[in-house]
Every structure is written in structure tokens, then in C-alpha cells.
Design a protein around this ligand. Structure first.
Ligand code: NAP
Length: 236
């Protein structure tokens, strides 16, 4: 079923689309080959074209089979900051990914109670999927820089490859040195994504000041933001 952007911006259509989403997309069925599952972790407040281009580039460059978009429920490093509701961020993620069969929006983190720790997500995926499914956790390189201080970072290093996405020209030298110097054997790949000049804060600020965000994210996401009056108020 193909829905128009206007239809997708309506709640009923979102609910229908959610109903059609596989909670655990099938992977690893052929024991004779390895599968690669990308997990796109982020706050997605809101999701934008930089995120979508990043996921597509990760699919292509790292030969992934599928990318799960994973909006954080209660982001670990944002406990003192105002963030849109998990349901709004999930709905926008669902709308943005609806037209790509290799992108799947996941409720795993927003349905889990308490602070969102990446290790819990990766552990659950590791448990659910067969051994021939490798996990690739994709997020902004700014976030990966702090990986050493993430909850149970050693376990993350054991069960997943990390993918840090940056805009071209971003200086990664000190981040690489910090990660290598941590003594934890992380496998980190870096992706340069020109479209990451776009950021969620840029979209929020433009919306707050009444400027257009057209072509920076999907029309369906813009429709949702307008319909639900998101980002009208200034943020801390
Ligand atoms: P953030 O600090 O808000 O983001 C840092 C930078 O990375 C921003 O420029 C951001 O741009 C960009 N970014 C975020 N997600 C991205 C993605 N998937 N692809 C490309 N760029 C991305 O990061 P965050 O959203 O709070 O956290 C990112 C991920 O790391 C989440 O999955 C979060 O749960 C996880 N994390 C885990 C722990 C932990 O387990 N202790 C701690 C911190 C973060 P935009 O603002 O435009 O997205």
C-alpha cells in the first residue's frame, strides 16, 4: 500500500502503518551466509534527510542487509534537556522511513522503561537474532566520541561494530586517539556524509522562527510537525 504524504501525516494512517511494521524483521534465515543489521541510533527530534542519507550510505558502503531506525526512548545524555515525546519522534521516524523497504522503524527503545542505554538494545538484538547476524550501530561521530563513558561500553565492543557518521572535514583525530587509548577493543568505522550539514537543531530553530524546512526532511515529517505544533516554543 502506498500512502500520500497528506495521508501519512494523519494519525490513523500512522497507526495503520505501525500495524504493518514487523517488530522483529526476519534476518539470518540462511545459515550458510552472514547478515548485517544496521541499527541507526538517535534522538531524531526531528529525523531529517541527513539521517536518511547516512543510513543509505551505510547500507551501500558497509553492505548492510537492513537498517533499523531506533529512536531513543529517554536519551541517556539528555536527562536535563527538553526532548519531544517518544511517540512524536517515533511517528516522524516511521513517516520518514515508510517508503524504503530496507528501512524499518523500531519501537524497541521507546517501549523500554527507564533511561535508554545502547547496550540494552544491542544485547536484546544479539539475543533475538541468530549468530549469523552481525550488528552495526550507526550514530553521529559526536556521540561515538563519548562511547568510553557509555554504560557497559565493554559489552558494546563485544557484540557490535560502531559506525560514526560525520560531515566532511570533521577532525576525528582526537576521537580516534581517545577510543584507541581506552583499552577497549572497539571496532569503529567512520562515514563521511555531506548531507550531515543538516542537523535536528537547525530544523527546530527554523521551525521556531517560522522559516521553511522544506527539502531538509520528508514532506510527511513536515506535515506531522505542523499538524502537531512541534518546535514552536524555544528549547533549553
Ligand atoms: P546527540 O549527542 O544528540 O548527537 C550528536 C551528534 O550526532 C549530533 O550532531 C547529531 O545530529 C548526530 N547524530 C545523532 N544520531 C545520528 C545518526 N543516527 N546519524 C547521523 N548523525 C546522528 O546524540 P544522541 O541522539 O543523544 O545519541 C545518539 C545515539 O547514541 C542514540 O542512539 C543514543 O541512545 C546513543 N547513546 C547512548 C548512550 C549510552 O548508552 N550511555 C549515551 C549517549 C548516546 P542530529 O541532532 O541532527 O541527530
Amino acid at each position: 500500500m502506498i500512502l500520500s504524504a497528506d495521508e501519512l501525516a494523519g494519525n490513523a494512517a500512522v497507526e495503520r502503518a505501525i500495524g504493518e511494521q514487523p517488530v522483529w524483521p526476519r534476518m539470518g534465515a540462511d545459515p550458510g551466509r552472514m547478515y548485517r543489521l544496521g541499527i541507526m541510533g538517535g534522538t531524531f527530534d526531528p529525523i531529517h534527510n541527513g539521517h536518511l542519507v547516512t543510513a543509505q550510505q551505510a547500507l551501500d558502503d558497509l553492505d548492510l542487509d537492513l537498517v533499523l531506525f531506533m529512536p531513543a526512548g529517554s536519551p541517556a545524555f539528555k536527562q536535563d534537556r527538553e526532548v519531544s515525546s517518544p511517540e512524536d519522534r517515533f511517528a516522524m521516524t516511521l513517516l520518514a522511513t515508510a517508503d524504503n523497504p530496507l528501512f524499518v522503524a523500531s519501537r524497541l527503545e521507546i517501549d523500554r522503561e527507564g533511561v535508554t542505554y545502547t547496550v540494552d538494545t544491542l544485547e536484546e538484538l544479539h539475543r533475538r537474532y541468530p549468530k549469523n547476524v552481525e550488528l552495526y550501530f550507526i550514530t553521529g561521530a559526536d556521540a561515538i566520541i563519548d562511547i568510553i563513558s557509555w554504560h557497559n561500553a565493554e559489552r558494546i565492543a563485544e557484540i557490535a561494530t560502531l559506525v560514526g557518521a560525520t560531515r566532511p572535514g570533521y577532525d576525528l583525530a582526537w576521537a580516534k586517539a581517545a577510543i584507541e587509548g581506552s583499552g577497549i577493543p572497539f571496532d569503529v568505522r567512520y562515514l563521511e556524509v555531506p548531507a550531515l550539514a543538516i542537523s535536528s537543531s537547525y530544523l527546530r530553530n527554523r521551525t521556531h522562527s517560522g522559516q521553511s524546512i522544506r527539502y531538509l526532511t520528508k514532506d510527511s515529517v513536515i506535515g506531522y510537525i505542523q499538524k502537531h505544533g512541534l518546535y514552536r516554543e524555544a528549547r533549553a
